[in-house]
Design a protein around this ligand. Structure first.
Ligand code: MLT
Length: 331
């Protein structure tokens, strides 16, 4: 239902309790931080958000002098993990690293157990990641033109994996179906990490997913790649055509990621975390790994609370009319 509506709209030029249990002894004592910090990834382990988060968390832990652990809370298009953080104690020890879903969820989901806009303090943007259109390796199509013909012929007999409504893979899949002008069958997962396992195993046909999850599988020949969703080819996958040059204009999609703390987290804690993200984004190891996976850190100026808030609010404002025009929601 939602898919049908968004298909129409995306034709536009674009496109617990556990948190309440916050880590024991949550009252900060002494200088922040003085104990382990947890970053929630609202998708399954092994996927693109998880990959970005683990790289940044490891580097942040060196800057902060404390362990930064990652907790995967997948499900419901990222809203389960986001809810845990929004409802957590605002002390800087329980954080969220989320993507474009922070821009779409406030409009897509009208019934949430948390405040999808007012429940968070933005800390720092991290990266923007291109996407790739990929398929199982024995799919009977060897380039984007052949894939388009196959989708138009097989339609709902073909299925595509995604990480739930509002997930990056969901939005990109809708855009692809709109561009091809043929529907397919959706198979939702708790994240594109497990979806990738099934794609490699051949139990699903297609996926549109971030290069941070697809690059190595493409290079290994474990999946077929048909296009990247950027205006220019990627240095990390130079042989892969853009969707535009392969015949599908309008598929210009990148997925932004940022770190958030619960609303009410003291400004000095938010600023300390922001500086730690900035240090991670200057870390040569992080920069090199990002480049290998087809992405790059945002600028130091973008990785501030104010710039992140402005970007996030602009993204909410961009998506709200699109989703409201569709008139159908995830709830
Ligand atoms: C993930 O980490 O699994 C992805 O970011 C899911 C998605 O949004 O497609």
């Amino acid at each position: 239902m939602l898919r049908r509506s968004l298909l129409a709209v995306i034709a536009a030029p674009v496109l617990s309790a556990m948190a309440l249990l916050a880590p024991a002894g949550a009252q900060a004592q002494g200088a922040y931080p003085n104990r382990t910090i947890t970053v929630v990834v609202p998708f399954a382990a092994g996927g693109p958000t998880d990959t970005v988060t683990r790289l940044v968390a490891e580097s942040m832990s060196r800057d902060l002098g404390q362990t930064v652990v990652v907790e995967n809370v997948g499900g419901a298009g990222g809203t389960l993990g986001a809810a845990r953080v929004a409802q957590a104690r605002p002390d800087g020890y329980y954080l969220l690293l989320h993507h474009i879903g922070m821009g779409t969820t406030p409009s897509l989901y009208r019934k949430l157990s948390y405040d999808a806009v007012g429940g968070f303090e933005p800390v720092a943007m991290v990266t923007e990641v291109p996407m790739t259109i990929i398929g199982r390796k024995n799919l009977p199509a060897n380039n984007l033109q052949e894939l388009v013909a196959l989708v138009r012929q097989e339609r709902q007999k073909l299925n595509y994996a995604n990480a739930g409504i509002g997930a990056a893979s969901h939005l990109c899949g809708l855009l692809f179906q709109k561009a091809v002008d043929a529907p397919m069958t959706t198979v939702p997962y708790r994240g594109t990490g497990p979806a990738m396992t099934d794609l490699i195993g051949g139990t699903v046909d297609l996926m549109c997913d971030q290069t941070t999850n697809t690059t190595e599988h493409i290079r290994a020949g474990a999946v077929k790649v048909f296009a990247v969703t950027t205006p220019e080819r990627l240095a990390s996958l130079p042989e892969v055509p853009t969707a535009k040059e392969a015949g599908l204009p309008g598929m210009d999609v990148t997925i932004w990621h940022a770190l958030y703390a619960p609303k009410g987290t003291p400004a000095e804690v938010v600023n300390r975390l922001s500086r730690a993200v900035q240090a991670a984004l200057r870390d040569e190891k992080v920069v090199a790994r990002f480049a290998d996976l087809g992405t790059a850190p945002v600028t130091q100026e973008q990785a501030t609370p104010a710039a992140t808030r402005a970007f996030w609010q602009a993204d909410i404002a961009k998506w709200r009319p699109v989703i409201e025009a569709a008139g159908e929601y995830a709830d």
